[in-house]
Design a protein around this ligand. Structure first.
Ligand code: AMP
Ligand code: MG
Length: 388
């Protein structure tokens, strides 16, 4: 059994030349951007009106101002504003030469072609050129693109963005006890939740799932499915059959199909039986069958590989909070991920019976990590929560 850190080191140490591609922004949500974005322009690119009103020279304040022209957003101002004059201006429009302040429309009356202010604010209501950003400034770091990031890239004038090619990830769920949702359960059978859960995790990670369905615990059937997945995928995920039971054929059959094992068994709870291997440029994870283990090991290890292919380090979102209840455990050999609910500053541990207790995850929005060697977190203690 190796530590989580060692397992991570092995994943991040894999050498691979992974392609990138340019995609249009409309298709870029959830994709991993591989290069930093710097601004090609000043933002705003001109001194810009932040309010509707009258543009004046703040050094030449008067009782009334002759209105020279009306400047709408997108217009080019034609007149120069001098003492006793103003231009009526709309939010977003370019400031005219000679003016550096806007008297808001609600703070002035318009009488016979003149603006007559009744209130003078201390603020200018102008966004100066390059106030938000200068050409050459860093705007966005590499990482998975969210909706706000798409807006930021569009605001730079870029129609497309360079992203990591989507890995094609195969899902093989092993187990003779499995039935698919919608089918009738016979005695001893359970529903296959991992297949759909993993496919969903893959899709929400910006990758392409290929779901190979249920593979019974039979060497031949398993070997045929693995060989097909190896011919179609960049990454292959298997669930179940990776422990020490009589019918846990996954590790052997993977090796028979040319995969070299890079690690097997990690000091993580849940998820100890985890296997990682490689065949040429195809990466393989044998994920434990228990559904919470499958979920956690995907989030911790498979995500790390997906980011690594893009040349990045996966940094999940971490919150800090105070533990609402004490958490204890007897076996401290492994680092444990325990589901919690984050409510404001409070972190409430969820009653959780172990790695088969999938419905315990229903209310969870985070996981705390109890490092190996630690038996207790006290009530009120500050803990780090990984968002899920
Ligand atoms: P295994 O790793 O094959 O020994 O499976 C460990 C436990 O997880 C067993 O109780 C299995 O029945 C269960 N399990 C395995 N595969 C799945 C799956 N696809 N969906 C739900 N539970 C599963
Ligand atoms: Mg099994």
């Amino acid at each position: 059994m190796i530590s989580i850190d060692k397992a991570m080191e092995i994943i991040k140490g894999q050498k691979i030349d992974w392609p990138t591609e340019k995609v249009e922004l409309i298709d870029a949500l959830g994709r991993i951007m591989v290069k930093e974005i710097t601004s090609p322009l000043d933002s705003p690119p001109f001194n810009k009106a932040a309010m509707d009103g009258y543009a004046v020279d703040s050094n030449e304040l008067c009782e009334k101002y002759k209105i020279l022209e009306v400047i709408g957003a997108g217009d080019t101002p034609l007149e120069i504003v001098k003492k006793g004059m103003c231009s009526k201006i709309m939010t977003g429009a370019m400031m005219p030469e000679g003016a550096d302040k806007i008297i808001r429309v609600e703070f002035a009356d318009e009488i016979d072609g003149y603006a007559v202010p009744h209130t003078i604010e201390p603020v200018g209501n102008v966004i100066s050129r390059a106030e938000n950003l200068k050409a050459g400034d860093r705007v966005l770091s590499p990482g998975r693109l969210e909706a706000k990031d798409i807006g930021i890239i569009a605001s730079m004038g870029f129609p497309e963005v360079e992203v990591s090619k989507k890995p094609v990830i195969g899902v093989l769920t092993t187990g003779s006890e499995l039935k698919n949702p919608g089918e009738k359960l016979e005695p001893g059978q359970i529903y296959n939740s991992n297949g759909l859960q993993l496919s969903a995790q893959i899709t929400s990670s910006g990758c392409i799932p290929i779901y190979y369905g249920i593979i019974v615990d039979d060497r031949k059937a398993l070997s045929a499915a693995i060989s097909k997945a190896f011919s179609e995928c960049d990454i292959v995920l298997l669930s179940g059959g990776v422990s020490k039971g009589d019918y846990d054929y996954v590790p052997e059959v993977l090796e028979e199909n040319g995969m070299s094992t890079l690690f097997h068994r990690v000091a993580i709870k849940p998820g100890r039986p985890l296997l990682f291997g490689r065949k040429d440029n195809i990466f393989v994870f044998g994920l434990p069958g228990n559904p919470v283990s499958t979920f956690v090991t995907f989030e911790v290890f498979v995500q790390t590989l997906i980011y690594h292919l893009a040349g990045l380090v996966y940094n999940p979102t971490i919150y800090q909070g105070k533990l609402a209840e004490r958490v204890t455990r007897r076996d401290t050999e492994r680092t444990e991920f325990h589901p919690v609910i984050i409510r404001g500053e409070d972190v409430q541990p969820i009653k959780y019976h172990g790695s088969s207790h999938l419905n315990a995850m229903a209310d969870a929005n985070g996981m705390i990590t109890i490092p190996n060697g630690i038996a207790e977190f006290k009530e009120g203690e500050t803990v780090s929560v990984r968002s899920i």
